[in-house]
Design a protein around this ligand. Sequence first.
Ligand code: URA
Length: 235
Amino acid sequence: MRLDRYLANMGCGSRSEVKLLIKNGKATINAVMIKDPAFQVSPDHDQVCLNGQPIVFQRFFYLMMNKPAGVITATEDLKATTVLDLIETRYHNKDIVPVGRLDKDTEGLLLLTNDGELNHNLLSPKKHVDKCYFAKIDGWVTSGDQEAFAKGIVLDDGYCTLPGKLEVTFEGPISEVMITIREGKFHQIKRMFQALGKKVLYLKRISMGSLVLDPDLAPGEYRELTKDEIEALTR
Ligand code: URA
């Protein structure tokens, strides 16, 4: 990897800013000053410093976002705001993508990463990763609805979902529920309720496997995962 790319990728500035720093003799590789921005660095073997400070290479990035409503789960779009638009530029050009998809009007936990293996493992139906959602439902949710979720529900296209869990946390004309499912079919929860003759009014993802949405993140905010959160997810 070129030295200027290494430094820009590690958040030391834009490509042109780091080029200037390198030309001004601020960068060293294994304690030798390097003034050529195109100099090749081996991220796993070389020690790179900028202004005397070690710049440790981070290959994978893991961001937890509280996705707000009105933003689409995509990396780019000509018209709509995407979740990537909410991320600082220092995380751009790192092949970070959302893990799975939340609908435009769905809020809550969205993991973004450039760790392709983790992305695959979290989404693969074979790995049975539980995804937990809070929802408000128009109407009273019945024990019959709960039994239907426990059995699996036939959707509008004939697909029968895997068994899920439906807990009622508030009984009323607008019910509040927690739903746990292991799949991520298109509009799955909305279509499961639709099959039961009910409408989802509000949907928020709370957890995905071991990863739980940080309650300190306001909609639209994000943070890097902690070491413990990464270890629990990749275990
Ligand atoms: N199920 C849905 O219907 N929508 C989502 O965004 C996630 C799960």
